[in-house]
Design a protein around this ligand. Structure first.
Ligand SMILES: C[S@@+](CC[C@H](N)C(=O)[O-])C[C@H]1O[C@@H](n2cnc3c(N)ncnc32)[C@H](O)[C@@H]1O
Length: 439
């Protein structure tokens, strides 16, 4: 059955707003759907997919839409929807428009100028070429412009991977074990999970395989003191809490009250009771000072450009300005330095981003090592062997969608050298002499 012609108008309306890039595309879409409650599930799906197809292919689609006659925004909308659901499924398209769509879809993109083919802003494609070389940059761009599969993490506190595969099969949902994350499952279609008993009971969480690997390499063990310094809504916190078998103490720090609030219902579903969310004002907050030198493992999943998540958030490449990357670097260096104070002698610190840009990754790690002689790098090859994860890496973890079928992630692991023995320090006192715990 064809989609009603009104879907074209709705998609055009919301696309116009999203292309202003004043807010993330997913929040603009959610607000639009809230304001238009009469749109059905299939219609919402088509609008969202149509918009995302335009964002993924914006350079090419804009070039085609601006050439020839007709309103550019309608033509962009037509290409996005045709790419998402097929031109034949669209109601209200004229025969001339159908013919034009068909012509555009037949263009061999391999023959295009490389920067246009990448569908990236020029500055970003140039960075990719400088970093990866032209061939690899194009393969990475192609992978980033392809929708991600749905990855799940099995909550080992509640069940096992085989049990979940069997229960999903009843739905029927086909899920396969992920190659690197021991508790990961990949679902190729995108079913609604929210109403499944498995989801409601906290037996599964949605989490990209790369994000699961990041949590794993922290190496958190039973009974340890662990800090997730930039916990956000707790994607990695939940994985860490389960790896610690709900023992020890896991602090979930973040500056955002809103993000930490989103962690609460997920925590309740997970069944974890070892997690202590703490809102901090900044990376030098006095609450951090109280725990200085006491923590076994600290994860810094730093705020970053998010370029590694373009498969899910294709608007990020158009919303992010080149100058913002340098600012991000300075912030990341400051947060990592703040978090490092927590680590005890012999303890580990993991710096991670969901970006593939050197400025946010290797450069931050190098800056940290240059300014923290009390820390040394633990080669990622060693960390992965400890965790029995079959990934070939050098000093750092560099996950890339065209190579590993995950989002783009980076991680570096540092170990604090044993602290010299000295006179016992006074009990946990901050500058106000306050000795409370941090939660
Ligand atoms: C990449 S996100 C974290 C995602 C989260 N770890 C997860 O797995 O779902 C980065 C987080 O850092 C937080 N953040 C920003 N500045 C911070 C700071 N100075 N100290 C601690 N957290 C900060 C942001 O609020 C954001 O939630």
């Amino acid at each position: 059955m064809r989609l009603p012609p009104a879907i074209l108008a709705s998609t055009e309306e919301v696309l116009r707003e999203i292309l202003r890039f004043t807010a993330p595309a997913d929040s603009t879409l959610s607000r639009y759907f809230k304001d238009h409650p009469r749109l059905g599930g299939r219609e919402r799906g088509a609008i969202a997919e149509g918009v995302y197809c335009v964002l993924r292919n914006r350079a090419f689609f804009t070039d085609q839409s601006e050439a020839g006659s007709g309103a550019t925004m309608r033509r962009l909308t037509l290409l996005g929807l045709a790419d998402a659901v097929g031109a034949d499924a669209l109601g209200g398209v004229t025969p001339e428009e159908l013919e034009w769509i068909e012509r555009v879809m037949q263009i061999d993109r391999k023959l295009m100028h490389k920067s246009m083919r990448s569908n990236m802003p020029k500055w970003l494609f140039e960075k990719l070429v400088a970093q990866f070389g032209e061939e690899d940059a194009l393969a990475l761009a192609d992978a980033l412009n392809t929708p991600a599969p749905l990855d799940l993490r099995v909550n080992s506190m509640k069940t096992g991977r085989d049990e979940v595969i069997a229960e999903l099969a009843q739905a029927p949902i086909v899920a396969e074990p992920t190659p690197y994350a021991p508790l990961g499952l990949r679902v190729l279609r995108k079913p609604q999970l929210q109403n499944l008993p498995l989801f409601k009971s906290g037996a599964i969480e949605v989490q990209d395989e790369g994000s699961q690997v990041l949590a794993q390499i922290l190496g958190a063990k039973r009974g340890e003191m662990v800090v997730d310094f930039c916990a956000g809504a707790g994607g990695k916190t939940l994985a860490l809490g389960a790896l610690m078998r709900n023992t020890g103490r896991l602090y979930a720090f973040d500056v955002s009250e809103k993000r930490l609030a989103k962690l609460k219902p997920r925590l309740a579903r997970s069944g974890l009771s070892n997690v202590h969310p703490v809102q901090i004002a900044h990376e030098r907050d006095a609450k951090i000072k109280r725990l200085a030198g006491k923590i076994d493992r600290v994860l810094v999943d730093a705020p970053c450009s998010g370029m590694g998540t373009l498969r899910r958030n294709p608007d990020v490449k158009w919303r992010q300005a080149e100058g913002a990357i340098a600012e991000m670097h300075d912030k990341q260096v400051a947060i990592l330095a703040g978090a490092a104070r927590l680590v005890k002698g012999g303890g580990r610190l993991v710096y991670a981003t969901c970006s593939f840009l050197n400025e946010e990754n290797d450069d931050v790690a190098a800056d940290f090592l240059a300014n923290h002689p009390d820390f040394e790098l633990v080669p990622m090859s060693k960390v992965l062997a400890e965790q029995k994860i079959a990934l070939e890496m050098g000093d750092y973890l560099k996950l890339l969608p065209h190579k590993h079928q995950t989002d783009g992630f980076f991680a570096a692991v540092f170990e604090r050298k044993p602290m010299p023995k000295k006179a016992k320090p006074a009990p946990d006192a901050d500058e106000n002499g306050d000795a409370d715990s941090a939660d």
